[in-house]
Design a protein around this ligand. Structure first.
Ligand SMILES: CC(C)(COP(=O)(O)OP(=O)(O)OC[C@H]1O[C@@H](n2cnc3c(N)ncnc32)[C@H](O)[C@@H]1OP(=O)(O)O)[C@@H](O)C(=O)NCCC(=O)NCCS
Length: 165
């Protein structure tokens, strides 16, 4: 994808981030969140992602087609070196390399910002996510059985990690 550009997000990207996040919520394959979010929610989220915990945007000819973020894993200082990862690609662009590009760029950003590892939580049935994370060297830590409930069904959640040191 030669026309794909990866850059740091700015506040004007919040609506694009929101619309892709809401697709992920509706699709029930990415998050235990079930209610659609609004702009106020996403703005508040973005304010917490302007320092070390950053957001990257994937853009094709001015259109936001995906984003990835480093999120705070735990507020205790012992966990300062651990970032939690989110990555979301617009429906019609999934499976075309956008997530892979976002992931390699956000790993570099994590190292530059003194994180020594990235952790993520995914559903064992999210095949595109699994394929991508394994290809990028993430290790399966384990599976929490019946960790969450979506639409009255218990969901298993897989923890994965990638260490840089
Ligand atoms: C998960 C997600 C971020 C992946 O991004 P993507 O752009 O679709 O992924 P890519 O095309 O970069 O890479 C997918 C990789 O998975 C693998 N893959 C592709 N199709 C696959 C399939 N059907 N089954 C298993 N693995 C597959 C391949 O290794 C592929 O890489 P390659 O084709 O370069 O070898 C994206 O699909 C998405 O936004 N999904 C909805 C939200 C979500 O699930 N977010 C993650 C929450 S944990």
């Amino acid at each position: 994808m030669s026309n794909l550009k990866i850059r740091i997000a700015c506040i004007n990207d919040v609506e694009g981030i929101l619309s892709i996040y809401n697709e992920g919520i509706v699709d029930r394959i990415a998050t235990l969140e079930t209610s659609i979010k609004d702009k106020a929610f996403m703005l508040e989220w973005f304010q917490r992602h302007t320092d070390r915990y950053k957001v990257l945007i994937a853009e094709i000819e001015g259109e936001i087609v995906g984003w990835a973020s480093l999120n705070q894993y735990n507020s205790r200082s012992a966990y300062d070196g651990v970032a939690d990862l989110s990555v979301y690609v617009k429906r019609e662009y999934r499976g075309r390399g956008v997530g892979g590009n976002l992931l390699s760029s956000i790993e570099e950003l994590a190292k530059e910002n003194s994180f020594h590892k990235i952790v993520l939580f995914t559903f064992p049935f999210n095949e595109l996510g699994q394929g991508l994370y394994k290809k990028r060297g993430f290790r399966e830590v384990g599976v929490f059985k019946k960790q969450g409930k979506i639409d009255d069904q218990y969901i298993d959640v897989m923890a994965m990690e990638k260490l840089f040191v």
